[in-house]
Design a protein around this ligand. Structure first.
Ligand code: ATP
Ligand code: MG
Length: 601
């Protein structure tokens, strides 16, 4: 029963090594973090020092900003961080990076929790533990900022934003010191407390780290670390009117949580020196436990035909270019899930693309291939006719009913060709069946082996038939195909293969098939890099990314449950829509992914 594909998809097998695994293995061998203690929850140096040695060998984290739905790029990061923790006896933290009071929303918080759970992971060391929230650390962050001020490593700058921008310099030009840079720690402390106490206008001053205005890395030219912003925060309300900047907050969040390996995308590489500088100051001052976490960067996922920016995905939703965050064409985790993607397929994808240190584009086909591989061994088979035309077997009553009208013949097929234990599906053939419109050609092109006058094909799992022509509508298009049944050719009966045919076609019985809405999805963009180089991705929206058809489907699909996946033989993998499919009332199937190979002619 186990196939190579199942083995690849399982998460416990030996993994291909990568630079992050090598770093972790080295740290474990060297005992880099072996003396760390864990106070049972995030906290400062004293809190952790009072705890036992950390039972977690490593700590990683996934720190989304709750300002949108997670997408396939986040899935890579989730599988990476949670996967490393799982594989090396560690713990991965789910932390909401909610230090920006303006952008967060609890709708996003819930969707992120759902997405991580659905991908198969637990966080913070216990099933159903509450996620951590960066905003819970505001008190410590303020204390850390005062420490920098007191030790002469931060100052309040009252220049305008424009002045600060101009005095920062650029790659070729060193920056210029602010006139406020020479203030004493006591003056700065008083000023900073006034900022905290609401005595100054939003934007009138900022707290800056005092490092080096001529540093070759512009991020070290006295970066702003606190700003004044009167905004109600979803967690801390109006307690604060000053908020930490991301670059200051993030290293502190990692350190309070005793993260060992802080893994982020490449664009943060230039921030690493500040990350290290800040944590060194706070460890030296005894505020944070040592050794501090270390930041490592990997290449973000770029997937062809896909946009992975929460802001741009939000635009598609708010401009009604898609039906919502969970539109099956969206690369969001909820969208992929509704499209028919399984957690296993996304884990397989993350493993397969691996992690590297240089940016590249992954072909969309790689993602589709992972879905196909995981569904192939699990999805029950079914027949569905997506573009139905009626086929009448003109000699049916004579051959099958000995002259009686309305005889039905029982047919069966395996639920899954490689899993006989799953049993058989039953359906009936009668004198009328539905077939695909494209399976009939009055004048067949070269190499066409399906129905045309005089040609024989097998109705899959049923009899061989011979086409005799078609009835046409007023416009001259075929409206009913006509054929004769060849006696004693039923699939699986002795002598059934006495008549050789080149074509086998799928069908469903008019007597027992039912109608279903089938949503045929295609890629959302026609451009493989829709937003590269500042392109307007709206311009390359694919106008035919969704086509809705009324299909006829075999009776086994009548009991399909929402979210259940099937292989519609010859067409591809389909999923009963999680939202709109109601068993017994409304049948709605989404195309998840087509079959790798076209249907034989
Ligand atoms: P976006 O630009 O879509 O808003 P983001 O990086 O701002 O993405 P966050 O919520 O900050 O979103 O991301 C949480 C984590 O997911 C970060 O650690 C980030 O590095 C990672 N991540 C985001 N996008 C990708 C991607 N395309 N590939 C890999 N990891 C990603
Ligand atoms: Mg971000």
């Amino acid at each position: 029963m186990s196939s190579p594909t199942t083995d690849k998809a399982s998460s416990t097998d030996a993994k291909t090594s990568n630079f992050l695994r090598q770093i972790i293995e080295h740290d474990l061998a060297a005992g880099t973090y072996a003396q760390r203690r864990w106070g049972g929850s995030p906290g400062d140096a004293a809190h952790h020092a009072a705890g036992p040695l950390d039972p977690a060998k490593i700590r990683t984290r996934f720190p989304p900003e709750p300002n949108g739905y997670l997408h396939v790029g986040h899935a890579k990061s989730i599988c990476l961080n949670f996967g490393l923790a799982r594989d090396y006896g560690g713990v991965c933290h789910l932390r909401f990076d909610d230090t920006n009071p303006e952008k967060e929303d609890t709708e996003y918080v819930h969707s992120i929790i759902d997405a991580v759970k659905w991908l198969g992971f637990d966080w913070n060391g216990a099933p159903d533990a509450p996620p951590y929230q960066a905003s819970d650390y505001f008190g410590f962050m303020y204390r850390a900022a005062e420490h920098l001020v007191e030790t002469g490593h931060a100052y309040v700058d009252e220049q305008t934003a424009e002045q600060m921008r101009l005095s920062r310099g650029d790659f070729g030009k060193p920056g210029v010191d602010s006139p406020f840079r020479a203030r004493t720690p006591a003056e700065n402390l008083a000023r900073f407390r006034e900022m905290r106490d609401g005595q100054h206008e939003d934007g009138s001053m900022v707290l800056r780290a005092k490092i080096d205005m001529a540093h070759p890395n512009i991020n070290l030219r006295d970066p702003a670390i606190y700003r004044i912003r009167r905004a109600t925060h979803h967690n801390t309300g109006d307690t604060w009117c000053i908020y930490p900047m991301y670059t200051f907050a993030h290293p502190i969040e990692d350190a309070l949580e005793q993260i060992t390996h802080s893994i982020c995308t490449l664009e943060f590489e230039d921030q690493r020196p500040f990350y290290d500088w800040l944590l060194a100051q706070l460890c030296q001052g005894g505020l944070l436990g040592a050794p501090p976490p270390h930041q490592y960067e990997f290449a973000r996922l770029n997937l062809t035909y896909v946009i992975t920016s929460k802001r741009k995905l939000a635009q598609l939703v708010y401009d009604h270019k898609v039906s919502g965050w969970d539109d099956p064409r969206m690369p969001t985790i909820v969208g992929l899930r509704r499209r028919g993607y399984t957690a296993q397929s996304l884990q397989l994808f993350a493993d397969r693309i691996g992690v590297t240190k240089s940016d590249s584009w992954i072909d969309y086909a790689t993602l589709e291939g992972c879905l196909r591989e995981t569904l192939d061994h699990s999805a029950p088979r079914a027949m569905a006719v997506l573009d139905p035309i009626k086929l009448v077997l003109t000699n049916w009553d004579e051959v099958m009913g000995q002259g009686r009208v309305g005889t039905l013949d029982d047919c069966s097929a395996p639920v899954h060709p490689h899993h006989p234990e799953l049993g058989q599906r039953q359906f009936k053939m009668g004198h009328e069946v539905w077939i695909e419109r494209s399976d009939y050609e009055e004048t067949p092109p070269k190499g066409f082996f399906r129905l045309f006058p005089g040609n024989k094909v097998r109705l899959k799992y049923g009899h061989v038939i011979e086409c005799t022509g078609a009835i046409k509508d007023e416009a001259g298009n075929p409206s009913t195909v006509l054929a004769r049944l060849l006696p004693d050719t039923k699939s699986g009966t002795p002598g059934s293969d006495s008549v050789k045919v080149k074509g086998v076609i799928t069908w469903v019985g008019v007597a027992d098939a039912s109608a279903a809405e089938v949503r045929l999805y295609d890629r959302l963009f026609t451009d493989p890099q829709p937003d590269a180089g500042g392109k307007d991705f709206i311009e390359s929206l694919n106008p035919s990314s969704l086509k809705v058809v009324t299909a006829m489907v075999e009776p086994s699909l009548a009991s399909a449950q929402p979210d259940q996946k099937f292989q519609f033989e010859r067409h591809g993998y389909f999923v009963a829509d999680r939202v709109d499919h109601v068993p017994g009332q409304r049948a709605v199937f989404n195309l998840a992914v087509g079959l790798r190979d076209g249907w034989g002619k």
